[in-house]
Design a protein around this ligand. Structure first.
Ligand code: GSH
Length: 138
């Protein structure tokens, strides 16, 4: 029975895409194994599971790989139906949740990219500001 519900997440610790999948698994209370991938030296498994994009996250459920964070999150919600639902039942409400989730994710990505590039610039000028930025993005 245990083997029938084996869940493995291939990820990379700084990835916001991986973080949103981890959050979904935690909200649902799903036990999973985590495999940290080195994106500079991609594993054979990563390349086999996601030959098109060669990216993480990849969720492997009972040997079946699922790629793309939004696809994974929907898969999790549809597969573990009895645990806390991630999306509302009503299609219109569901569409709204998807819209805002995508919007927030894009804004967060832009924001973290901006902070990271500011960090590189400020590092050369102001050690106090860099400390504050470190605090916000860590
Ligand atoms: N659209 C993808 C994006 C995933 C993504 O960009 N993953 C990055 C890590 S944050 C990656 O694996 N990059 C490896 C590469 O580009 O070679 C998703 O939502 O899962």
């Amino acid at each position: 029975m245990e083997e029938e519900n084996k869940v493995t997440l291939h990820g990379m610790w700084t990835s916001p895409y991986v973080k949103r999948v981890e959050r979904a698994l935690k909200v649902k209370g799903i036990h999973y194994e985590y495999v940290e991938e080195d994106l500079m030296n991609k594993s054979e498994l990563l390349l086999t599971y996601n030959p098109i994009h060669k990216k993480v996250p990849i969720l492997v459920h009972n040997g079946n790989p699922i790629c793309e964070s939004s696809v994974i999150i929907e898969y999790i919600d549809e597969t573990w139906k009895n645990e806390s639902p991630l999306f509302p039942q009503d299609p219109y409400q569901r569409a709204k949740v998807r819209f805002w989730a995508s919007y927030i994710h894009q804004v967060l990505l832009l924001y973290s990219t901006f902070l990271l590039s500011s960090q590189i610039h400020i590092k050369q000028t102001n050690p106090y500001t860099i400390f504050l930025i470190d605090l916000y993005i860590s």
